[in-house]
Design a protein around this ligand. Structure first.
Ligand code: AKB
Length: 332
C-alpha cells in the first residue's frame, strides 16, 4: 500500500513564513526553465530544484539546483522528495498531443503511470501538487466556443485522455486523501527562448523563428483554425498565482485560463504589421488538423478570474511585438 490511510501521515509542520521547497519534473521542456527562473526570484535559488531525465545544457545546470529524476521510478522520486525536503511539486513531464499519437504506449507510461507515482509521493509526503492540464482535455463533443470549466470531456488523443485522467485523479486524491492538488488547463503556450516538443499548437511558436529568419513560414494547420493561445510569462504567472492562492479562494481544483484566440491567418496578419513582406503558406498535417478541430476555439476562464483574480497581460499585438523583438525584429 503506497498511500497512507491518513493523508498527513508523514507531514512535518512547516511554518507559514518558510518558503516552499520546490521540485519541477520534466524541467527541460518548454516551460520548466522559465518556471524555475520565476520561482527562484520569489523563493530563492536553492529552494527550486529542476529535474529531468535529459542532460541539462550548461547555462541551466549553472543557474541553480538540478537533479536526475525519472518519474517512472517511484523509489527515486521518494528519495528526492525526502532528501530535498520538497513541499511543492510542479509535475511537467508529459508527451504532448501529436508526439503522443506517434507513441501511444510511451505516452501512456509517462502521462498516466508517471502521474500515479507523483500523486502517491505527493499524498504520502503532504506535498502541494501542480499538474498542468490543457485545451487538449476537451474533445469533439465538448462546447468549443467557449469551453466552460465543467462540460463533456471526451478527447480522442492519448494526451487528452491522460489529462482528463490527471484532472480526475488529482481531484479524487484531494477529496479522498486531502492532497493539495491544483491544476490549470493551459492554452497553446508561446515562448521565445524555449521550444515546444510535439504539440498541435507548435506552429504559433515556430512562425516567429521563421519570420525572423526567412520571412516565410509553412504552416501545418489550415488558415482558419482558431485555437486559444497564451504568452509564456502569463502562463507561468498564472501557475504561481494559483499555487499561492489561499485554499478558501479555490472553489474548484481544475481551472481554465485564457488570454487570446487566433487563427494562423490572423497571426500572419498581425506579423505583417511589423514585417510587411512576411509570407505564410499552408501544408496541412492531417493528424494535427484533426486534433485542432476537436479542441475548443475559446476557453471560458471566468471562474479563475472570479475566484483567485486571474488576469492576462498579453493580447495578440503585445505577443507579436515581444516575440519579434526577441528574435531581433524591430517593431517601432
Ligand atoms: C499541444 O499542442 O499538444 C500542447 C497543448 C495545447 O496542450 N501545446
Amino acid at each position: 500500500h503506497r498511500i497512507p490511510a491518513d493523508a498527513n501521515f508523514h507531514s512535518t509542520s512547516i511554518s507559514e513564513a518558510e518558503p516552499p521547497r520546490v521540485l519541477i519534473t520534466g524541467g527541460l521542456g518548454q516551460l520548466g526553465v522559465g518556471l524555475a527562473n520565476l520561482l527562484r526570484k520569489r523563493f530563492g535559488k536553492d529552494n527550486v530544484i529542476l529535474s529531468d531525465i535529459r542532460k541539462p545544457p550548461a547555462h541551466v545546470f549553472h543557474s541553480g539546483p538540478f537533479v536526475y529524476a525519472n518519474i517512472l521510478d517511484y523509489k527515486s522520486l521518494r528519495e528526492i522528495v525526502v532528501n530535498h525536503r520538497i513541499s511543492w511539486l510542479f509535475h511537467y513531464s508529459a508527451l504532448l498531443s501529436a508526439v503522443g499519437e506517434a507513441n501511444v504506449s510511451l505516452a501512456r507510461d509517462v502521462n498516466i503511470t508517471g502521474l500515479h507515482n507523483v500523486l502517491d509521493v505527493a499524498a504520502e509526503y503532504n506535498v502541494r501538487l501542480f499538474v498542468p492540464s490543457t485545451i487538449g482535455a476537451f474533445g469533439p463533443t465538448s462546447p468549443r466556443n467557449p469551453a466552460p470549466d465543467l462540460c463533456i470531456q471526451r478527447p480522442r488523443t492519448i494526451y487528452g485522455v491522460s489529462k482528463v485522467h490527471t484532472e480526475l485523479m488529482g481531484e479524487y486524491y484531494y477529496y479522498r486523501y486531502g492532497l493539495d492538488f491544483r491544476c490549470l488547463r493551459y492554452p497553446g503556450i508561446i515562448s521565445a527562448d524555449s521550444q515546444p516538443g510535439g504539440g498541435t499548437t507548435d506552429y504559433a511558436v515556430q512562425i516567429f523563428h521563421a519570420a525572423a529568419k526567412n520571412g516565410t513560414f509553412e504552416c501545418n494547420l489550415e488558415a482558419g483554425t482558431r485555437l486559444p493561445m497564451m504568452y509564456i510569462s502569463d502562463c507561468l504567472r498564472a501557475t504561481l498565482e494559483v499555487m499561492e492562492a489561499p485554499a478558501e479562494r479555490l472553489s474548484m481544483r481544475t481551472y481554465n485560463i485564457s488570454a487570446m484566440s487566433f487563427t494562423p491567418e490572423e497571426l500572419a496578419q498581425a506579423l505583417r504589421k511589423h514585417a510587411p513582406d512576411f509570407q505564410i503558406t499552408y501544408c496541412v498535417d492531417p493528424l494535427r488538423q484533426a486534433i485542432a478541430e476537436s479542441w475548443p476555439m475559446i476557453l471560458d476562464d471566468s471562474n479563475a478570474r472570479k475566484d483567485w483574480g486571474w488576469k492576462h497581460d498579453f493580447d495578440l499585438p503585445e505577443l507579436v511585438a515581444t516575440m519579434l523583438n526577441f528574435h531581433g525584429v524591430s517593431t517601432r
